[in-house]
Design a protein around this ligand. Structure first.
Ligand SMILES: [Zn+2]
Length: 391
């Protein structure tokens, strides 16, 4: 536990049902936006796209579009987006979408202002391990999912398929200038994606609460988020248009972003990133769900912070919890309640022969997270976590 922390989250946050429709009253950080999206189909179908364009026009901004971001965004997409921002003379970026879009938008803004290739600035085995010299273009995020917390943190996760690396790019200059968290945008997210994203938000807070170097501030946010997710995620999955549940999940997710902005995570995220670096179609949240029970069981088996696991079990809705294993039971029950207890690695083409290379990749790419684990995990431990999670 770290009694000292720096609180420096410079993002202005508009939160609540209908928040998007107030964006036009804000002073935007530029005059011409590069609007970053996935294909844009769902944003157009739900009305989010039209609502956003109306607000940008009201605020006096013009827009060039880059509707090309894939799930688990890739390095070439970032470079293409940056080239487009430069060609169009954009002076800020607007992200409309989930974590993939917001993360790509962050790094598009970086590469629109900086020389070379994105991987020059990756801190990985094959990266250039350099800090970029110039401030990114300012960013406005409009999140359409409750999962990554990217709207309120300074991290971005980008994959390079050729290198099989999926690092986080962290820099204080990557905080959005302005973010909109409007739960009315989330009602159209399909049930299975709602669950994957909700568990990503859960693990940001669970890992943040267990991390050795957590701070007084990050643990406050983490417990508040875990309680909300346990109470509301199953409702969001079973009743997608339950606005009260969506609002609580949106808040829990944003709280998870605050957790990551005031303290570290642990190696569960590194272990998952290796899975989806090797198998690009695997959604991040699904990968986390697949390894989670074996991961936490391994930590509990090493005697890591039993009292904190009990407290997490209580936050997950088991007030009478007395032992760390109660956390595993509560986590398994939440996975059943959200219909994600039967996910299989083999459905995504993962084979056990890959596990030693994945364990190495996890440590090479996101080694700092292992240093935050409440008990040390060896490479063999990580391979065993993959093996126990495999089906
Ligand atoms: Zn995550």
């Amino acid at each position: 536990m770290n009694d000292s922390f720096v609180y420096d989250i410079p993002t202005r946050l508009l939160f609540g049902p209908g928040a998007l429709d107030k964006l036009g009253e804000e002073t935007l950080p530029g005059k011409k936006a590069l609007l970053v999206m996935t294909g844009g189909k769902s944003a157009k179908a739900t009305g989010a796209y039209d609502r956003l364009l109306a607000q940008l026009a009201k605020a006096g901004a013009t827009v060039a579009e880059f509707p090309k971001v894939e799930a688990n965004p890739l390095r070439p997409t970032v470079m293409e987006g940056a080239a487009r921002a430069k060609a169009e003379g954009c002076d800020f970026i607007v992200a409309l979408g989930g974590g993939s879009v917001m993360d790509a938008a962050k790094m598009i803004g970086v590469m629109a202002r900086n020389p070379g290739d994105l991987w020059d600035y990756a801190f990985t085995a094959t990266g250039g391990n350099k800090r970029y010299p110039n401030d990114p273009l300012p960013l406005v995020c409009v999140t359409t999912t409750a999962g990554t917390g990217s709207e309120i943190d300074d991290g971005a996760v980008i994959s390079d398929d050729d290198r099989r690396e999926k690092p986080g790019f962290m820099d204080h200059r990557q905080f959005p200038a302005l973010s909109v968290v409007d739960p009315t945008l989330m009602a159209s997210v399909p049930a299975h994606l709602t669950a994957y994203q909700g568990f990503d938000a859960l693990f940001h807070s669970v890992e943040g609460y267990l991390a050795g170097p957590r701070t007084l501030m990050s643990e406050l946010y983490a417990l508040a988020a875990v309680e909300r997710i346990a109470a509301h995620l199953p409702r969001c999955v079973s009743h997608p248009d339950d606005l009260e549940a969506r609002t609580q999940m949106a808040l829990a997710n944003t709280l998870g972003g605050f957790v990551m902005s005031t303290g570290p995570l642990t190696s569960e995220h590194a272990i998952e990133h290796a899975l989806s670096a090797f198998h690009h179609a695997l959604p991040h949240g699904a990968g986390l769900i697949m390894v989670s029970l074996a991961y936490y069981k391994a930590l509990i088996g090493k005697g890591a912070c039993p009292g904190r696991f009990v407290r997490l079990a209580q936050a997950l809705g088991r007030p009478t919890a007395t032992k760390p294993e109660d956390f595993l039971d509560a986590l398994a029950a939440l996975q059943r309640a959200c219909g994600v207890d039967a996910l299989k690695m083999s459905d995504y083409g993962i084979v056990p022969d890959e596990f030693p290379a994945m364990a190495k990749n996890a440590r090479d790419t996101l080694g700092a997270l292992f240093a935050c684990d409440p008990a040390p995990l060896s490479n063999d431990d990580v391979v065993a976590i993959y093996q126990r999670s495999y089906r």
